[in-house]
Design a protein around this ligand. Structure first.
Ligand code: HEB
Ligand code: HEB
Length: 447
């Protein structure tokens, strides 16, 4: 059924590209901030271990940025190849934020280059630290601008819609639409959280393998304290996202929660399966929770699926992706907060094996939560590419070459992914922390 359906193939190719890009984009947004925090602590406490953390993280970061640039460019190319009607209708409306993302990237890249080549070149370490600030700002600004584009697809505004063409465009009103505040902050915080967890997972794996060097313990402490803060922030903003959906995209929320009848005191449904006649089975119900997520109070009335035209409802399987994201979010918050609590109490050991294993699992899980969140929000917007104005099928190409493109790009991502993994492995295996500390003449207490 593949060969003759350019719409389906375009959707798959776009998903493969975005899903792959978002891995690198996410760490690209969060890691500069983690580098900045590590370098700052290194200066303030005069602790070379933290400085070395910043150095090593920055070195690995360069490799992932390079991949992010290639995949990001692939998206830019595919947008006009696969979604020509969408780009023709909306291209000039979203042109400003799209251009700004590339601009933010150049801003980031220039300072990253200077940052990397000026370690040890300044008399004052503070001057070197200052260079990472624009890198972190540029990275977060990329996420900001590009996410406004996605927000616009969910709540298109800032134009007149005449005969299928968007005219009289106001790019700023398009950028700052009602979906922007929650989406942008949820994406940015989730990126910080995921980056902290991935770096924490690396430290945890060193501990699990029996390397008890204090460097790894400091890395774990720094990343888990940050992760605890970001996890709370992500969950809080996630709650606001629920309230946003309730107001502007109630069909997405109802589909995610298998909520059929409009009612107040609506429960949140976790897991379960849906029978042929739309009955929910084997699910865990949290009473009132959907009403509270939607409006803050149990008596909030939540619109049910039965109120909508079935033609414009998203597929109901997005339920599982929403659940997966929320479940992982709870897990990450619990693990990181537990770590912080254990490290505050004398005599308790935050570096115990079971917790280290959970942190190690939290790295890949956090990335899975990012993927689930995007699948939920993108599939949850279907059948629309521009909600209410243009369907995904209308936006797509009719070209018959999409199948070939899908194969070629998949091979490209496979090669990029493997190369990236191999390079990172070589980079860090060949130059372990102990070796680098010795080389730099830093004494190594192994507490
Ligand atoms: Fe991105 C990069 C596009 C999504 C973040 N990106 C990039 C690039 C491009 C893009 C084109 C490259 C640049 C140059 O070349 O200059 N994106 C894009 C698109 C989209 C996206 C179109 C959708 C639609 N991103 C995204 C997201 C995020 C991002 C969602 C977040 C989260 N990016 C980013 C970053 C970067 C990029 C950060 C840089 C690189 C690195 O760092 O990695
Ligand atoms: Fe999330 C999305 C909620 C967690 C990532 N989120 C989303 C949404 C919601 C939510 C409602 C949708 C929105 C729209 O559509 O607009 N979350 C939530 C909550 C929580 C969460 C409540 C808590 C638990 N997330 C989370 C995490 C992560 C995430 C943890 C990762 C790490 N999300 C995400 C993403 C997305 C989402 C990426 C897509 C984008 C947007 O915002 O949309």
């Amino acid at each position: 059924f593949f060969e003759n359906d350019p719409v389906l193939l375009s959707r798959i190719l776009t998903y493969v590209t975005l899903g792959f890009h978002v891995i690198f984009a996410t760490i690209g947004v969060g890691i500069p901030l983690m580098i900045a925090i590590a370098e700052w602590i290194g200066i303030k406490r005069n602790d070379p271990h933290y400085t070395l953390l910043a150095r090593r993280w920055a070195r690995g970061f360069v490799v992932t940025v390079a991949v992010g640039v290639v995949t990001g460019t692939a998206i830019g190319l595919q947008l006009s190849l696969l979604w020509p009607n969408f780009m023709q209708a909306a291209g000039h409306t979203i042109g400003l934020p799209m251009f700004m993302e590339v601009f933010a990237f150049f801003f980031e890249a220039i300072f990253l280059g200077i940052y990397l080549y000026t370690w040890d070149r300044f008399k004052s370490k503070m001057k070197h630290f200052l260079l990472i600030i624009p890198v972190a700002i540029g990275a977060t600004a990329s996420a900001f601008f590009i996410t406004t584009v996605n927000a616009f697809m969910n709540v298109p505004q800032g134009f007149e819609f005449v005969n299928g063409v968007l005219t009289d465009v106001n790019p700023l009103a398009a950028m700052f639409n009602p979906a922007t505040p929650t989406k942008v902050s949820h994406v940015i915080l989730a990126s910080y959280l995921t980056s902290a967890f991935i770096l924490g997972a690396i430290a945890a794996i060193h501990l699990i393998r029996g390397n008890k060097h204090v460097y790894h313990k400091k890395a774990l402490h720094l990343t888990m304290v940050s992760a605890a803060i970001f996890a709370i922030g992500t969950a809080l903003v996630g709650d606001f996202s629920g309230k946003y959906l309730h107001e502007y995209q109630p069909e997405k929320l109802a589909a995610a929660e298998w909520h059929f009848e409009t009612e107040s005191e609506a429960p949140l449904i976790l897991g379960g399966i849906l029978t042929e006649d739309n009955e929910v089975k084997y699910a865990l119900e949290i009473p009132y929770a959907l009403s509270i997520l939607s409006g803050g109070t149990p008596d909030t009335e939540v619109k049910g699926l039965n109120e909508f035209d079935p033609e414009v409802l998203p597929p109901l399987w997005i339920h599982y992706f929403f659940d997966l994201m929320v479940f992982i979010g709870m897990f990450l918050a619990t693990v990181s907060i537990l770590f912080v609590v254990l490290s505050r109490k004398k005599g308790w050991n935050p570096f115990n094996r079971p917790l280290a294993w959970m942190i190690a699992a939290g790295g890949p899980l956090s990335m899975l939560a990012i993927q689930s969140g995007w699948v939920f929000t993108e599939v949850g917007r279907q059948p629309w590419i521009l909600r209410g104005l243009m369907t995904t099928a209308e936006g797509a190409t009719t070209s018959s070459h999409v199948g070939l493109m899908l194969i070629l790009f998949s091979v490209l991502y496979l090669v990029l992914g493997v190369t990236c993994a191999v390079v990172l492995r070589k980079m860090f295996k060949g130059n372990p922390v102990e070796h680098e500390l010795e080389e730099r003449g830093i004494s190594q207490p192994t507490a």
